[in-house]
Design a binder for this molecule. Structure first.
Ligand SMILES: Cc1cc2nc3c(=O)[nH]c(=O)nc-3n(C[C@H](O)[C@H](O)[C@H](O)COP(=O)(O)OP(=O)(O)OC[C@H]3O[C@@H](n4cnc5c(N)ncnc54)[C@H](O)[C@@H]3O)c2cc1C
Length: 335
C-alpha cells in the first residue's frame, strides 16, 4: 500500500471523480489500482482566498515498484485488550453509556459474558421518552436525556472529536463502523455520527453482545453493593416490580457523572473515590451565515456549515475552550 498525503482539491468531487483527478495528478495508471480508500479529508480554510479540500488516500497497486516515490503505508496494529483468568467470573457492568457498552463489548470479545444493568430504557424507547419530555415537560427521572442506553450524549449529534491521541480512538471508530456508523467517520477531520444513526448503532451493539451471550437488564437500578472481605459479592437491583440480588465477582461502574444517589451509596460503603475536574459551560448562539463568512470567506465550494474551535490557556493550568460546537442553522457552541 502507498499513501499520498496533502492532496489539495479545489472542487467538489464524489469518490469516482476524486480518484480520476488523483490518478491524473500523480501519474498513476488506473489499471494498476487494486483498491483504494480515503484516510483523511479536511477543509483548509486558513487563507480565505484559497479555501480547498485536503485529502490523504491509500492505494493498493499492482506493479508497486513503479511507484517508489510515494510513501509506503506503515502497518499499525490496533491495541487489543486482553483479559486473563476471568473465564469463570461473573462480571456485572453498571450503566450502558459509552463506557458501559464498550466495556461489555470488550468483555464479549474476550469470551466473558457480562450482565449489563441500566436504570433507563433501551435506546429506542428512550427516544420516545425524550420526545414526551420535550413536548410536555413530563420527566422520567430514570430514563431521559441523561440516563438510559447510549448514555448522556446520545441525543446530541454524536460528535466524535477528541483532543487525546490514544490508539484506542481508532478502535472505537472502527467498532462504530462495524455496527453501522458511516465509514466517513474513519477519515473526516471532524467526524460525527448523527443522533438518528447513533440510535441504530447502539441497538446493533446491544444485539451483538446479546448474540454472544451477554445480558441486558433495562429499567433496573443498582441500589446497593454487598462487599465481603473487601471484595464485591453481589449487587442489589431494583426494577419496576421487585428488589433482588445478582451475584458478581467483578463489577464495572460505568455510571457517568450524574448518578448522585449511586455515588452517595458508594461513599457510605467506604469505597475509595477520586475527584475529577469538571468544566462549567455556557451556550453561545451565532447565525450560521456569520460563521460561514468568517471561516470560508466567499468560497464557491459546496462546503458544510462551518464550525470553529477556540481555546485559551492560563499559566496556572486552567483554560477556557469551546466544546461541542454544533454547526447548523443557528449554530451554537458550549464554552
Ligand atoms: C447534552 C450533552 C451532549 C454531549 N455531546 C457529546 C458529543 O457530541 N460527543 C461526545 O463525545 N460527548 C458528548 N457528551 C459527553 C458524553 O455524553 C459523556 O462523556 C459520556 O456519555 C460519558 O459516558 P459514560 O458511559 O461514562 O457515562 P453516561 O453516558 O452518563 O452513562 C452512564 C449510564 O449509567 C446509568 N446508571 C447510572 N447509575 C446507575 C445505577 N445505579 N444503576 C443502573 N444504571 C445506572 C445511567 O442511566 C446512564 O445511562 C455530551 C454530554 C451531554 C450531557
Amino acid at each position: 500500500m502507498i499513501r499520498i498525503t496533502n492532496i489539495k482539491i479545489y472542487e467538489d468531487l464524489d469518490n469516482n471523480n476524486l480518484i480520476n483527478v488523483v490518478t491524473k495528478k500523480f501519474k498513476i495508471d488506473k489499471n494498476d489500482i487494486i483498491e483504494w480508500h480515503i484516510v483523511k479529508k479536511s477543509i483548509d480554510a486558513r487563507k480565505k482566498d484559497n479555501v480547498h479540500y485536503n485529502y490523504s488516500i491509500d492505494l493498493k497497486l499492482k506493479n508497486e515498484s513503479k511507484y517508489n516515490k510515494f510513501d509506503k503505508v506503515k502497518k499499525i496494529s490496533l491495541p487489543s485488550i486482553k483479559i486473563n483468568n476471568l473465564n469463570s467470573k461473573k462480571v456485572v457492568v453498571i450503566g450502558s453509556g459509552p463506557s458501559g457498552l464498550f466495556s461489555a463489548l470488550t468483555l464479549i470479545q474476550n469470551g466473558i459474558k457480562p450482565i449489563v444493568i441500566e436504570q433507563g430504557s433501551p435506546v429506542e424507547e428512550r427516544e420516545q421518552q425524550v420526545e414526551v419530555f420535550r413536548k410536555t415537560g413530563k420527566l422520567d427521572t430514570l430514563s431521559n436525556v441523561q440516563f438510559g442506553e447510549g448514555g448522556a450524549g446520545t441525543f446530541s449529534d454524536g460528535k466524535l472529536t477528541t483532543g487525546i491521541h490514544s490508539p484506542f480512538c481508532k478502535k472505537v471508530l472502527e467498532e462504530f463502523v462495524n455496527f453501522g456508523a458511516p465509514e466517513e467517520i474513519l477519515y473526516l477531520a471532524k467526524p460525527h455520527i448523527g443522533t438518528d444513526k447513533l440510535i441504530k448503532v447502539i441497538k446493533n451493539m446491544r444485539e451483538y453482545i446479546i448474540s454472544k451471550g451477554g445480558k441486558f437488564l433495562f429499567n433496573t437500578k443498582v441500589i446497593d453493593f454487598n462487599i465481603n472481605d473487601n471484595k464485591i459479592s453481589s449487587v442489589i437491583c431494583k426494577d419496576t416490580n421487585s428488589t433482588y440480588e445478582i451475584s458478581a465477582s467483578h463489577i464495572i461502574l460505568a455510571i457517568g457523572h450524574s448518578s448522585r444517589d449511586t455515588f452517595q451509596k458508594l461513599y457510605e460503603k467506604g469505597i475509595n473515590m477520586e475527584k475529577k475536574n469538571f468544566s462549567v459551560g455556557v451556550r453561545i448562539e451565532h447565525l450560521q451565515e456569520d460563521i460561514n463568512k468568517a471561516q470560508y470567506g466567499n468560497s464557491k465550494l459546496k462546503l458544510p456549515p462551518a464550525d470553529y474551535k477556540l481555546s485559551y490557556h492560563l499559566p496556572n493550568g486552567r483554560s477556557c475552550y469551546t466544546f461541542c460546537m454544533c454547526p447548523g442553522r443557528r449554530c451554537y457552541c458550549i464554552f
